[in-house]
Write a protein that binds this ligand. Sequence first.
Ligand code: 1CP
Length: 346
Amino acid sequence: MTSPVDSPLVRAARRQDVPHTPVWFMRQAGRSLPEYRAIRQDVGMLESCRTPELVTEITLQPVRRHGVDAAILFSDIVVPLMAVGLDLDIVAGVGPVVAEPVRARSDLDRLPELAPEAVPDIAESVRLLVAELGATPLIGFAGAPFTLASYLVEGGPSKNHERTKALMHGDPQLWDDLCARLAQISLAFLRVQADHGASAVQLFDSWAGHLSRADYLRHVEPHSRAVLAGMAQSHPEVPRIHFGVGTGELLAPMADAGADVIGVDYRVSLADAVERTGGRYAVQGNLDPALLFAPWQPLERRVREIVEEGRAAPGHIFNLGHGVLPTTDPDVLTRVVELVHEVSVR
Ligand code: 1CP
């Protein structure tokens, strides 16, 4: 293996044969690692996301430690919103908080389009990382329009997304205009990463599982489709992963929105996910992040089952069903990587 293009991750995403099942973890960089906590001690989250030397070091930490098959750019879904000038912060223990929520047509004026020139730091981070990573692929990412809109409309993290749904149904035209703008921002952010060498991209629609299938199809899917289609058009060689939490009922429309790989959380088996998406897509997942706290024996059993199920899929990228929890023992993650590699050798 000499180039990220031939890496197990990119090959699995393209449903080509692989020497072993590739594995990475959502939130593999972050608070589970003591070296991350040390480097972040005196630096705010958004500041660290926009300082290329810090982004590079933090992104590489889990690659060095765990031997995962991919790096994911250390950033956040709200970074491009900050880059277009929106007043927001990431508050420790809370998440993204927006100073003035977006709820009226006049608020769209505070959300201009994203020009690549607004994120030179992201281009630089990706360049530095690709040079350091060699044959290991870098995954770029962006938030999908619905999940981004949820933070903007609610003003921060939300349990029920009530204001978001009120806007979606109360003023569908404004909702569509907001999501179209967010789709432009997400697509531009993904393109900057792919232009500078990201080998795959993941669109995070983390909270789409809160929607009915009908609402997803009517109010959300066209905007996510625009992002994925834009990437397919400009960077057809860069595989697209589409992920959400609790999206068992949405797997088919999310895959059909223009993905190569459908992210699967732990609530649905990989076999069911393959069936629900017509056997046409690679799957990514789906170990329950809470199982990393269980004794090794049941954890090992579950990892082996997931690898086996993945072998029957058109392509499989091993991952968790959602992000690494902050109190996870990092040594367990390293052992899981070793186990996946060992039991999946072709
Ligand atoms: O100070 C800190 O360490 C803050 C914690 C943290 C971290 C490490 C936040 C705040 N963001 C991040 C990094 C981050 N965010 C990554 C890093 C790359 C990696 O995986 O290693 C990624 C991919 C994201 C993307 C992100 N941010 C998502 C989508 C992924 C997911 O988890 O579903 C979402 C929903 C966010 C919003 C966000 N940012 C931070 C938090 C705590 C949250 C969630 C808040 C909520 O519950 O709504």
